[in-house]
Ligand binder design. Structure first.
Ligand code: FE2
Length: 284
């Protein structure tokens, strides 16, 4: 799947772009399915207010989403008194975090044999699909995502997380494309996000101070169907989307099955199942 130049570039820069990895039809299928999930979602299922009791509910909604399909709101879609200010289809920030397992259309998209080949080439012995997210980056209100490394949120010992980021629509400077720091995966992991011991909310443990400068980042503008995959320590961010266009993307995260997966990671499966392999997902 990857030639030696692509593999070397990945090792050197921490990321790799493959254009036309998915067809426009496959991108469209995923978008249609995501739209349907949002349509069927009742906003009453989730509290969007910000009082402390409701904050606890929101935390729990997030922390228990590891083996489910849930909808998360765009911050700017919610008014001061908790009302939803835009139509539902434009109010959702993302879906998470187990569409790759729970939904047939997402499952098929996620179990692409080309992905498994890439995992093997990157050195995975037993790749496990940990998490999926569908990101809408809504027109005008699509929020910014600050500089981060994905291993902060999906931590294994030794670190093994790799993120696969699929552009379902053209991702441009205008609609908030990904930005990344070439070579930044060689910097230390800056922090780890952990569940609190009482499972209420999360906290961060600072490990290093990487003093990122935005001038070290380059825009990763890609057309629909492109795949960007990157090391769990690759620093990246995206600006808010102030344009009139959406910027739909789908992400998958893979970890090594033999690596230790600490109980302090936010993502714990309530169903007590282990994280599935490509093969297990295909057999579902
Ligand atoms: Fe990320």
């Amino acid at each position: 799947m990857l030639d030696s130049t692509q593999l070397n570039n990945y090792r050197e820069n921490g990321y790799c772009v493959i254009e036309n990895f998915k067809t426009l039809q496959q991108c469209q299928q995923l978008q249609t399915r995501a739209g349907k999930i949002v349509e069927e979602f009742s906003a009453d299922d989730i509290s969007v207010f910000s009082t402390s009791e409701q904050q606890r509910n929101a935390d729990d909604y997030f922390l228990s989403s590891g083996d489910k399909i849930r909808c998360f709101f765009e911050q700017e879609a919610i008014g001061d008194s908790g009302e939803i200010k835009v139509e539902k289809s434009r109010a959702i920030n993302k879906l998470g975090h187990a569409m790759h397992q729970q939904d047939a259309v997402f499952r098929q998209f996620s179990t692409d044999s080309k992905l498994e080949q890439i995992c093997q080439q990157l050195g995975f012995v037993d790749p496990r699909l940990l998490q999926s997210m569908y990101i809408f980056k809504q027109p005008r209100i699509g929020g910014e995502v600050n500089i981060h490394q994905d291993s902060t949120f999906l931590y294994t010992e030794p670190m093994s997380c790799v993120g696969f980021w699929f552009a379902l629509e053209d991702a441009t400077l205008e609609n908030g494309c990904l930005w990344g720091m070439p070579g930044g995966h060689k910097t230390p992991l800056e922090k780890i996000m952990k569940r609190r011991d009482n499972d209420i909310g999360i906290e961060f443990t600072q490990l290093a101070d990487n003093h990122y400068s935005e001038s070290d980042f380059v825009p990763l503008q890609v057309s629909a169907g492109s795949l960007i995959f990157f090391d769990g320590r690759f620093p990246h961010f995206s600006h808010a989307n102030r344009s009139a266009k959406t910027r739909h993307a789908y992400t998958l995260h893979v970890i090594e099955g033999s690596a230790e997966y600490p109980r302090s990671n936010w993502l714990q499966r309530e169903d007590q199942q282990s994280f599935p392999s490509f093969e297990q997902l295909r057999a579902m």
